[in-house]
Design a protein around this ligand. Structure first.
Ligand SMILES: [Fe+2]
Length: 446
């Protein structure tokens, strides 16, 4: 998929990026830009947020620096104050705010919400279908593990998980290791049997899922175990203390009353594309899911970085630290970082279509972000998981989301389990209870 930009737009971006400016007046922005920003902030305040929303998880409003103080108090107390806001270097901001005077930037964010589902299914997905003999092999292993360990959150299980995972079928281990090392953006293991009648009703929320049967008596326990074991082959599973009470495995179900939230629990509102925890420096490298139930074939939407073709001038701008996200664990403290990073021929991406904003006054950065948003919108594709599909996303190589859908609330709703995994957890060592602990205490992040 090739993104074709108008020559005028490219020209203005290129001029702005490569033309050195003498003006170092700082990121004050134009009157139009300020007006657009105020409008944008007002729009964002209208978006309801879930106290346990994993999209937000400690984040307040993601507007601009000047919006922090006014929005932090509305963050439902889930975030903390920090005065050492990481503003962009004035020279970078002023260079980016150069000769582009384009008036109001379209919402200043990467895109507006969309309510329809994108078209044809994503292609280029790596797939492995389990054989009957391999399913039996896994089944035997899980029976043994279930007898020895009572819950996936148990420290004893997590200490052994990686070693246990090396007893999964060779073909499965080879597939996962290969996808990980080749940085495949989306890969799927098919054929794991999920008996719908043995699951019981889809829980009304994650609290109920954990309040009910737990560990061995939980009908999802074997699926949880397999998910964590498989995830252990591509990284170390970890949890955030603010997401589903720090449980390693998250239940993803539609929740009544949150239909319009910016949250995985929403339904009638699209969950717009995003990098998982884009406001967290130690964001997961991978997300792992197992689909338990999906009667209405509600897809996960994915936008693959490999499908993007951006003009070099746009890409150059997106590699500058001019794109703000509320830092996890703070009361909306905006931290600026590049959207694109890594090798020029195989870039990594961190972006959030709702919460990310360009630096104040950095009009060219705003325009580049809007261009990126249009490009991602153009390449966004559905991946429709079936019960028993285990699927894995590289959080640096793909953004993800979900279209709007109509929830059932009758116990048969879409039901996923999710685990986050990192390749190196040392960066969060100071925020975990010990070297082997897997819960990142968000209160200690700031
Ligand atoms: Fe997500």
């Amino acid at each position: 998929m090739t993104l074709r930009l108008g020559a005028h737009t490219i020209g203005r971006l290129r001029d702005s990026i490569f033309e050195e400016r003498e003006d170092h007046s700082g990121p004050t922005g134009t009157a139009d830009g300020d007006r657009a920003r105020r409008t944008r902030d007002a729009e964002r305040r209208d978006v309801p947020r879930d106290a346990h929303d994993d999209r937000r998880a400690g984040c307040a409003d993601a507007g601009t620096d000047d919006a922090v103080s006014s929005t932090a108090s509305s963050a439902a107390g889930a975030s903390r104050s920090d005065d050492s806001a990481a503003r962009p270097a004035p020279s970078a901001a002023s260079a980016a705010s150069g000769p582009l005077r384009t008036g109001p930037v379209p919402r200043g964010t990467a895109r507006a919400a969309r309510t329809s589902s994108p078209g044809r299914e994503v292609t280029g997905v790596d797939r492995l279908t389990l054989r009957d003999s391999e399913i039996e092999e896994i089944d035997l292993l899980l029976t043994e593990v279930t007898a020895r360990h009572g819950a996936v959150d148990d420290a004893a299980f997590l200490r052994e998980a990686e070693v246990i995972a090396h007893r999964l079928p060779l073909r499965l281990r080879t597939f996962l290791a290969s996808c990980r090392s080749r940085e495949r953006p989306l890969f799927v293991v098919e054929g794991w049997p999920v008996r719908d009648d043995a699951l019981g009703p889809t829980p009304p929320d994650w609290q109920e899922a954990w309040r009910g049967a737990s560990g061995r008596s939980d009908a999802t326990y074997r699926h949880q175990l397999l998910l964590v074991l498989a995830a252990s082959l591509i990284g170390d599973a970890f949890a955030l203390s603010t997401v589903q009470d720090g449980h390693l495995v998250n239940h993803i179900v539609p929740v009544r009353g949150t239909e319009e939230h910016v949250s995985a629990t929403s339904s009638t509102r699209e969950l717009a594309w995003h990098t998982e925890e884009a406001g967290f420096r130690l964001r997961p490298d991978h997300l792992a899911f197992v689909c338990l139930r999906n009667p209405d074939k509600v897809p996960t939407t994915v936008g693959l970085v490999d499908d993007l073709v951006l003009d070099p001038a746009v890409e150059e701008m997106l590699r500058r630290p001019l794109f703000g996200m509320p830092r996890l664990g703070t009361e909306g403290r905006i931290e600026y970082a590049p959207v694109l990073y890594g090798p020029a021929d195989r870039p990594y991406l961190s972006a959030d279509s709702v919460y990310m904003s360009p630096a104040p006054g950095a009009d060219t950065a705003a325009e580049a972000l809007a261009v990126l948003g249009a490009a991602l919108d153009a390449v966004l594709r559905p991946f429709t998981a079936r019960p028993g599909d285990l699927y894995f996303l590289d959080n640096h190589r793909a953004v993800h989301g979900r279209p709007a859908f109509r929830p059932r609330y009758d116990g048969t709703d879409r039901w996923l389990l999710r685990v986050k995994a990192g390749r190196d957890l040392r960066g969060s060592a100071a925020c975990r209870a010990g070297a082997g602990a897997r819960v990142v205490d968000v209160d200690r992040l700031a």
